[in-house]
Each structure stands twice: as structure tokens, then as C-alpha cells.
Ligand binder design. Structure first.
Ligand SMILES: *[C@@H]1O[C@H](CO)[C@@H](O)[C@H](O)[C@H]1NC(C)=O
Ligand SMILES: *[C@@H]1O[C@H](CO)[C@@H](O)[C@H](O)[C@H]1NC(C)=O
Ligand SMILES: *[C@@H]1O[C@H](CO)[C@@H](O)[C@H](O)[C@H]1NC(C)=O
Ligand SMILES: *[C@@H]1O[C@H](CO)[C@@H](O)[C@H](O)[C@H]1NC(C)=O
Ligand SMILES: *[C@@H]1O[C@H](CO)[C@@H](O)[C@H](O)[C@H]1NC(C)=O
Ligand SMILES: *[C@@H]1O[C@H](CO)[C@@H](O)[C@H](O)[C@H]1NC(C)=O
Length: 545
């Protein structure tokens, strides 16, 4: 039997609704701790997104496996947007039921139905009726900012994944004087990028996505490039902004992402997806996915430095977003996410009982997750060690994908004696990150001011993204398809072409059992720095077939 199940993830003025024709065993979709509360004012404007249940998700996953596995005959044979759409299009029945349901509440006029994926609803007073007419289906949280649902916190929580360390204090002053910090030239030196390693293919491009009030300023980018870009051919302008850039001050995150993807992915056309949102509380992340799902011509590489604790999101939400990641993957799009800046994280379960706290989308098996490192000797461009903030661990939601099973198993066996207690993490889950790059002491120009000591995996992610875009560039010049979803191929390299990071541990719970420690780096793959950091020429050679 099928039943129509819907619930909302609450936002102050915008509401996300998951709906569709669901199997009975999918009623995990309703978050437990939600209660129905007060009536919304009829003048309230709501924007509802209906993520309809899609068909053939298993086939989609299998297709992704085949097009991303270098040993498969279908490697690189990506699907077009239209092909993906027809593969997963919600069934007639799902569409009919939802349409009918909307109609019965008189909202179809203000509804934009995009059948193959979702429906945006902009309805003024109707929404109150919609919400109220369906007590059992739609629930609102007790307060505007409840601890449940979590979606409204999704981007803001890590909005500042990158943090400019306070410039007061002895430590940083010392560093300021003695350590020049990470600049494009330092990165290009460390990762062996020569002046010739810049993009030149027609129609190659890369993108960063920004959320909420994060805007980049073209003048900052130009100033950054004039300060730091003299040693390599680069672009000083973003080619395309998708969405509306708001006014106001530039965000550090946005400045960082744009400046650094364009420093490693030099001379490559760059797009910025910007999702300002009408209300401060608006959840734009899904809108970005909807956009990707609706544009047939997209950059091959996207980097995103936002995320949130897995346990603050519903499993259904993460599963649905995960399907969108698969849809991007089968189209040959590489999605890179920052692994987070809290190490293994810490969640207080009950009195005296803690566990690590994985972060999503970093924990999705269908994205490439990037961790962070610092120089072993901060005064020299030498080898890298763990940056203690580097996010990493094991998902509690997503099963471990086959492509990483043996790498993770080897790690767990090799370090068995020194692992944190098994109650802190879930060895059956997707383990991350997949690789890493420097994440400490970056220079960023924001609001026309050069800012030192910007740190976080938000920095390492666009750096790696730019390098993948460069490799795509060489592939396109040779007539090869773009890299697409990299992980199956990355894990087959078994660390070849990467600088293995083997020293240092990241943060964990500050309790007696683990005493502030999460996992530690080790030879080969580890849940702190993945396979390590890119040695560009070697990685290019390995991926140029
Ligand atoms: C929603 O509808 C109102 C009234 O029809 C309109 O003024 C407003 O611009 C719409 N908002 C969006 C996001 O479409
Ligand atoms: C790349 O960099 C490393 C360390 O900086 C160096 O040992 C190596 O020779 C360089 N070149 C290549 C092609 O790997
Ligand atoms: C930079 O890219 C353009 C194409 O966008 C290409 O024509 C030009 O040759 C590239 N410059 C270098 C130095 O490769
Ligand atoms: C994008 O969505 C609109 C409706 O929302 C639809 O008319 C259009 O065909 C879609 N475009 C693509 C390329 O899917
Ligand atoms: C590819 O080139 C076409 C024509 O120049 C352009 O319209 C399109 O935006 C490019 N696509 C990407 C993803 O850069
Ligand atoms: C461990 O992860 C699996 C998925 O890989 C999940 O089914 C299970 O519920 C998780 N356990 C805990 C305690 O979260």
C-alpha cells in the first residue's frame, strides 16, 4: 500500500515540504519530536518546495557506479540532463496525487510545478489553509528556531567554516612576523603547479556555491589577483553569477572560495552560484540543487564549503539531497564539499556519554570530501601534517560505499590498538574525507582589505576543486570526458599521486575517554586527511587516461 506522506522542515518564513507517494516502510520520514502549533498569519508568504519521490533511484546509483568506475566500459559516458530527468521522473501517480492535493487547497495558481523534480510554491494566504488543513500531514515546530529539524541552521551554522583568527594575542603576532602565510604562489609551489599549469580549453569551467548573506566582491577578487597573481596566468573576473548577488559587505567565505579556486584553477572560467534568500532564515541549499537539476549547461566542478551535523537533519532530507548528488554525478559533475572544521566533532548523548558527530553533506558517499592540513614547519614549504580542525569520521546515515571498503578496513586494522572506543563512531558508515589540502593561514582579500590567518577546510576545498578543473582542462583538450564523480577512481589510485599525510590527530570530544582527540592520520587512507594532498603533475598523469 502507498500513502501520501508529507512533512515540513520549519523555517521562520519559508517551509520545506517533502512529499510524494511513499512506500509504507518509508514512514521514517516523519521526524519524531515535532508538534503542531499556532496558525500562521494569512499574510505570511511561504515558499514550499515539494521534493517528489523519484523513480529508479537504484538504477541511478548503478549508473553512477558505472560511469565513475575507470574499469567499466561505461566510464565517462555521462547522461544529459534530459536523460537523467526521464530516468528518475516522478511517476504519473505521484504527480497526480500531489497535484490533486494542492488543487484541493486552491493553491495551484500560485504554484510552479516542475514535474521531474520539485515544485516551488509561492502562495500568500492559501498557505495557512494548506498548513492547517493538513494537521496530520504538515507539522510546524513549537518555536521559530527549534532544536529539531535543523534545516534552518543548515548553512548559517557553518557559514563561517573559515575563520579569521583573532589578530590579537602573542601566538598570531608571532606567526604574522615569521610566517608569510598561504598564498596562491605557496600553494602552486607546494602542489607542483608550474606557470604552464593553467587552463586553456574552450568551454571548461568551475564553480563555487554561496549561501545566505555571503557575497564576493569583484573588486576584492581583482585586488587579490593583483597582489598575489603575478606568477601565473589567471582570470581576475568571475564569468557568470547565477542567482542574485546582494548588496552589502563581502563575506569572508565567498571571498576565500572565489579567490582560491581561481588561483589553482587558474585561467579557467569561473561561475558563482549565489543564493541570497528573501529572509534571513530561508533555506537556499535545496534551491541550489533545484537549479543544478534545471540547468543543462553547467561547470564540471563545484565546490561548496557549507554543512551541518548529521544528527540535526532528518534522514529523509539527507537521502533526498543524496539522490540529487547522484543525479549530478551521472551527468559528469564533480561535487566537492569541505569536511568541516570540528575534527571528529562531539555529540553529548546522555550524561557522561558522548560520540563523535559526523557532518553532512561531507558524509555523503557521492561527493568528494576535502579535509585540511598545515605545514609541518610553518616557516617552510615542506611536507604537511594534519590540521587538527580537519573534519572526518564515519556517517551514521550512509552505508560505507564499496569503493572505499578495503581502504577503510586497512586503516581500522592498522591502527586498531589506538582507535577511539567503538561507541564513538560507526564503522559501517561512509568514511570521510577523501583527500585534503592546506587549510591554515591563508591570505584573503575581503572588502578591499587583505586578511591573514584565514583557516578552515573551506580553504582547502576550492584549492582542490581548482586542481580538478585543471585536470579536466587537459582531459577536454585530449577529447576525454570530464572526471565526474571522482571517488571510485581516486580510491583505485591507492594514494598514488598524492602526498600521504601521516602525522597528527584531529579534535574529538573533550571528555575523559578520548581527551579531546578524534582520529589520527596514518599511512595510506585515514579519516582525517583521506588519501592525502595532491601532487598535481602526478595526479594529472594518473587521471589523464
Ligand atoms: C509571491 O507572490 C507575490 C504575490 O503574488 C509576489 O508579489 C511575490 O513577488 C512572489 N514571490 C516570489 C518569490 O515569487
Ligand atoms: C613535486 O613536489 C615534491 C615535493 O615538493 C618533490 O619532491 C617532487 O620532485 C616534485 N615533482 C614531481 C613531478 O612530483
Ligand atoms: C587562457 O584561456 C583561454 C581560453 O579561455 C585561452 O585561449 C588562452 O590561451 C589561455 N592562456 C594560457 C596562457 O594558456
Ligand atoms: C527548468 O524548469 C522549468 C520550470 O520550472 C521548465 O519549464 C524547464 O523546462 C526546465 N529546464 C530544464 C533544462 O530542465
Ligand atoms: C560552453 O560554451 C557555450 C558557448 O560559448 C556557453 O554558452 C556555455 O556557457 C559554456 N558552458 C560552460 C559550462 O562553460
Ligand atoms: C551506523 O550506520 C548505519 C549505516 O551505515 C546505520 O544504519 C546505523 O543506524 C548507524 N548506527 C548508529 C548507532 O547510528
Amino acid at each position: 500500500m502507498n500513502s501520501l506522506l508529507t512533512f515540513t522542515v520549519p523555517l521562520l518564513c519559508s517551509t520545506l515540504v517533502w512529499g510524494g507517494y511513499l512506500e509504507d516502510d518509508q514512514d521514517v520520514l516523519v521526524p519524531v519530536d515535532w508538534a503542531h502549533v499556532s496558525r500562521l498569519s494569512p499574510s505570511e508568504e511561504l515558499e514550499l518546495t515539494f521534493a517528489l519521490k523519484q523513480q529508479n533511484v537504484h538504477q541511478l546509483e548503478e549508473t553512477l557506479r558505472l560511469v565513475s568506475d575507470p574499469d567499466s566500459a561505461q566510464y565517462g559516458k555521462y547522461l544529459s540532463l534530459e536523460e537523467v530527468a526521464s530516468l528518475v521522473r516522478p511517476s504519473e501517480l505521484t504527480q497526480k496525487v500531489v497535484h490533486h492535493w494542492l488543487q484541493s487547497h486552491g493553491v495551484t495558481n500560485s504554484c510552479l510545478l516542475n514535474y521531474f523534480f520539485s515544485c516551488f510554491l509561492n502562495c500568500s494566504c492559501h498557505c495557512a489553509n494548506l498548513v492547517y488543513g493538513h494537521d496530520g500531514l504538515l507539522n510546524l515546530p513549537p518555536t521559530p528556531y527549534p532544536a529539531v529539524g535543523g534545516l534552518h541552521r543548515f548553512p548559517p551554522n557553518r557559514q563561517d567554516l573559515s575563520k579569521a583568527k583573532k589578530s590579537s594575542g602573542k601566538h598570531t603576532h608571532l606567526k604574522a612576523w615569521l610566517h608569510l602565510g598561504v598564498t596562491p604562489a605557496i600553494l602552486r609551489q607546494r602542489y607542483n603547479l608550474t606557470a604552464a599549469d593553467v587552463g586553456s580549453a574552450q568551454n571548461n569551467s568551475q564553480a563555487v556555491a554561496q549561501f545566505l548573506e555571503q557575497y564576493y566582491h569583484p573588486a576584492d577578487l581583482a585586488e587579490f589577483m593583483s597582489m598575489f597573481g603575478s606568477s601565473f596566468k589567471h582570470m581576475s573576473k568571475v564569468d557568470r553569477v547565477v542567482g542574485t548577488q546582494g548588496g552589502g559587505k563581502a563575506g569572508l567565505e565567498a571571498s576565500l572560495d572565489v579567490e582560491y579556486i581561481m588561483s589553482t584553477g587558474a585561467n579557467i572560467s569561473t561561475w558563482v552560484f549565489t543564493n541570497p534568500g528573501r529572509h534571513e532564515s530561508q533555506e537556499p541549499f535545496l534551491q541550489w540543487m533545484v537549479l543544478l537539476s534545471n540547468m543543462s549547461d553547467l561547470p564540471h566542478v563545484h565546490t561548496i564549503s557549507y554543512g551541518d551535523d548529521e544528527d540535526s537533519l532528518s534522514a529523509a532530507y539527507m537521502m533526498r539531497i543524496n539522490t540529487e548528488f547522484m543525479k549530478a554525478g551521472v551527468r559528469g559533475i564533480s561535487l566537492l564539499f569541505a569536511s568541516g572544521d570540528s575534527g571528529a566533532g562531539c555529540r553529548h548523548l546522555t550524561k557522561g556519554r558522548n560520540s563523535f558527530r559526523p557532518s553532512f553533506p561531507a558524509s555523503s558517499p557521492f561527493v568528494t570530501t576535502v579535509g585540511g592540513t598545515s605545514f609541518k614547519n610553518p616557516f617552510k614549504v615542506t611536507y604537511e601534517v594534519t590540521d587538527y580542525i580537519s573534519g572526518g569520521g564515519f556517517s551514521n546515515i550512509f552505508k560505507m560505499p564499496d569503493y572505499q571498503a578495503s581502504a577503510v578496513d586497512s586503516y581500522l586494522k592498522a591502527v586498531a590498538a589506538s582507535l577511539p572506543p567503538q561507541t564513538y563512531f560507526n564503522t559501517s558508515g561512509r568514511a570521510y574525507p577523501d583527500m585534503a589540502a592546506l587549510s591554515d593561514n591563508y591570505w584573503v582579500v575581503s572588502n578591499r582589505v587583505p586578511i591573514p590567518w584565514v583557516s578552515g577546510t573551506s580553504a582547502s576545498t576550492p584549492v582542490v576543486g581548482g586542481m580538478l578543473a585543471l585536470i579536466n582542462d587537459q582531459r577536454l583538450l585530449k577529447g576525454l570526458p570530464a572526471l565526474g564523480f571522482l571517488n571510485p577512481r581516486l580510491y583505485k589510485l591507492k594514494g598514488q599521486a598524492l602526498f600521504d599525510v601521516t602525522e597528527g590527530c584531529h579534535l574529538g570530544c573533550l571528555d575523559e575517554q578520548v581527551q579531546g582527540k578524534g582520529f589520527c592520520a596514518a599511512p595510506s587512507w585515514d579519516p582525517v586527511t583521506g588519501w592525502g594532498t595532491p601532487n598535481y603533475p602526478a595526479l594529472l598523469a594518473a587521471l589523464l587516461k
